[in-house]
Design a protein around this ligand. Structure first.
Ligand code: ZN
Length: 163
């Protein structure tokens, strides 16, 4: 992706400016923007998805920093190590019985290791499964919870081994 294309994505998808404004800023014709909009469909969709998450709580962090963190951080629970494909497998095989699955559980959640700190620190941010997040609540620190997380991880492994 060229610098101009990246700038276009920032202006169109993240900042959501009008085409007329983007034309002025980038010094290009509208037809070029239409072309980019088509060509960058895959990147655009990925960014929109992450923008939605960012908008909920993380706007104190620069979007592109957040995006980098979000796309480069390994997607597994910080406490029990379970991954989304493993959660999926357990659900399909009836090894997860939580009733709340329609709303939470299938995907990893964003979690603050120190829950009393604001959302603007990427070092404090991690992925957690619903079960660890729920049990840790805002009561325990990541350190205090780490042994419990390991034990939950052992239970997941036992269940996965029976499949
Ligand atoms: Zn977990």
């Amino acid at each position: 992706m060229t610098e101009k294309e990246k700038e276009f994505l920032d202006l169109a998808v993240i900042k959501q400016l009008k085409y007329t404004e983007i034309e002025k800023i980038l010094g290009v014709e509208g037809s070029q923007l239409t072309q980019w909009w088509e060509d960058l469909k895959v990147e655009r969709k990925k960014l929109s998805k992450i923008r939605k998450i960012w908008r909920k709580k993380f706007t104190a962090i620069d979007f592109w920093d957040f995006n980098k963190w979000y796309t480069e951080t390994k997607r597994k629970c910080f406490y029990c190590n379970i991954t989304e494909p493993e959660i999926d497998k357990l659900i399909k095989k009836g090894q997860i019985i939580t009733k709340r699955l329609t709303t939470r559980g299938r995907s990893l959640e964003l979690e603050r290791k120190r829950a009393n700190e604001p959302y603007d620190n990427l070092n404090n941010l991690t992925f957690s499964c619903y079960w660890c997040n729920n049990a840790k609540s805002d009561e325990f620190t990541a350190d205090e919870f780490s042994n419990i997380g390991k034990q939950i991880g052992e239970i997941w492994q036992k269940r996965l081994n029976t499949l």
